[in-house]
Every structure is written in C-alpha cells, then in structure tokens.
Design a protein around this ligand. Sequence first.
Ligand code: KG4
Ligand code: ZN
Length: 345
Amino acid sequence: MLALNKIKKDILILGIESSCDETSAAVLHSGRMLSNIIATQEVHRQYGGVVPELASRAHQQNIVPTVDTALKQAGITPQELTAVAVTAGPGLQGSLLVGLSFAKSMSMALNIPLIGVHHMQAHILANFIDDASGRAPRFPFLALTISGGHTQIVLVRDYFDMQVLGQTLDDAVGEAFDKTAQIIGLPYPGGPEIDRLAHQGNPTAFRFPKPKVEGLNFSFSGLKTSILYFLQKKQKENPEFIRQNLADIAASVQHTIIEILTDKIGQAVAQTGVRRLVVGGGVSANRGLRERLEELARTGGWELHIPRFEYTGDNAAMIAITGYLKYQRGLFDDLRLTPKPRWDM
Ligand code: KG4
Ligand code: ZN
C-alpha cells in the first residue's frame, strides 16, 4: 500500500510543444520542473516570419534530440514516465502533427496515457509551475494572453473553466510588434527588438491613434497601417528619419500598444470586479508592459502574476503542467486525437 501511494505521488509528465516555430520538450515531477528544452528554429529569420512548411520539417529534425535531452536532463528513462502531454492546437497543422504523432507513438510504446493540451490554456496555466512556492494564483482571476497568434482577456473560474471575454478582431498583439519591427527594418521576431530599443527612447515622442473597439475586444491592424503611413510621410521629408529616430519610434509604438492593452484590462477589472490578473504568452516578456502592469497593480490594489521569463514564450513546461493538472482530473485522450489548428478555448 505504501509503495502504491509512492507511485501515485511520483507523477512524471513529459510535455511536448510544436505548434509554431519552437520544438520543445519538458519533464515535470508532480508540477515541479525538472527540464525544459527549447529548440528555436532560426530558419524563418531570413523570411521575416514563420514559413509553415519549413517549420514542420525543422520539427521533424528536432523532436527526437529535444525529447532525448529533456529526459536526460531530468535524469529519468522513458519507462519511468507516467503520461505524455502534447499541444493539440491551436497552431500550424503540419507542425502540430509532428508533435502529436511523436507523442502518440510514445504513449503506445510505453503504454501510458496521452493528454492533448490547448496551447492558450497552457500559456495561462504556466503560472502554476513550481506551485510549491505558494505563488500560484487563486481562482477566479482574469488572464491576459498575448502572443504572436492571440490576444485575449479570459475569465478563469477554475483550471479548465475558462471564458473568453474579449479578443482581437484582426492582428494579434505579437503581430503588431513584429510587423512594426519589419517596417522599421528590425529582424524577426521584432517584439524583443522593439522592447530593447524602447528602453532607450522617449515613449511620447510620437502619438499614434488608439482604435475604438467596443467592449473587451482588441484591434491592432489599424495601428500598423497608421505607423506605416506616418513613417512613409516622414521618410519623404527626410530619408534618414527612421534611422535617426529608431529608439523613439520603438518606444512610442510600444507605449501605444501597452496603453491599448492596459485600457482594456482596466475595463475588464471594472466589469467583473475580479482584481487578480495573470499574464501569459510571448509578449508578456515585454519589460515596458511588465513595468506598467506592476504600477497598475500597485495603484489599483490588484494582485498580479507574470510567469518567469523562460515560461513566457512557447515552451513545453507549460504543456506538461497542463498535462499534470489534466492527469489529476482523469482528463485523458486516446489515439484518435487529431491536430486542431483552430480550437476555441
Ligand atoms: O507565445 P509566443 O512565443 O508564440 C506564439 O504562441 O505565438 O509569442 C511570440 C510573440 C512574437 O510575436 C514575439 O515578437 C513576441 O511574442 N515577443 C515579444 C517579446 N518577446 C516575444 N513582444 C514584445 N516584447 C517582447 N519582449
Ligand atoms: Zn504561444
């Protein structure tokens, strides 16, 4: 009986993420991270964005060594795994298929449960990794999920009881960063580049219009267009304008994006009365946004949770924690699981 209890406590989950351009594998021991290996695909840089066909090929090359390294770093053998969790969607069809096929074979070969994970739920639940610190958010909370493909405000009542209150009607916030970066000649992905430059610039040097969108939805495509027209006009007057004002442009664009996001968050807090905010997704790495949210939390009396830097972008530790939480609730899948490129939360 004692031995059985011990086995049940030692839950080892392998997480696999391959929805976009990161191949990642992680091992969690009862919610605690043992390894989190991320292979970033450099091949897309020269194209200024992710090329789906190249992404799936790179996933095929990376998946075996990435999983192998994650297991080795965790100090375990595949036979010790309790279950395998994998991103089933949303994401690129071909990329999802690579991770999913691999996870299915592991589940079959090792005779362990297969758990399909929703990528955006995982960005939120990343805040529960290493829960032992006692810093995990309590329910209910509001989640702001901001990535290259999504921008959402979600009311989270429980681990798997999530309601989208608002989302982008066009571009995601990550795209707004990446497309602006492209316009001013910065390499892909542009978000981190804008973040770095913004630190040296004046955030109120230039004013860009904020879109008027009803309720808690967002729109970012108009911002991109107004930045483009503004810079085209300025470049006509002075062909060196962008080069001479790079940091101020980056800071002003970032400032506008941060205001759009925080205006809506303020609205969501007022509307729901929920004063606990969790942030997730690649854009939550943005230093300017983190600082502004911390300031708002201080002045507004909100409780704020932002994942550690390594869990902001795409990673398999967030897939493994979601798998762990599903495992505890008996939420399993089987070999009929297929990729869901579009999948509502
Ligand atoms: O979550 P993620 O890694 O992948 C998706 O699920 O899309 O998010 C990637 C996005 C990219 O658009 C990237 O430019 C943006 O996150 N990003 C940032 C920063 N780091 C990554 N945007 C602004 N500031 C950053 N520091
Ligand atoms: Zn993501």
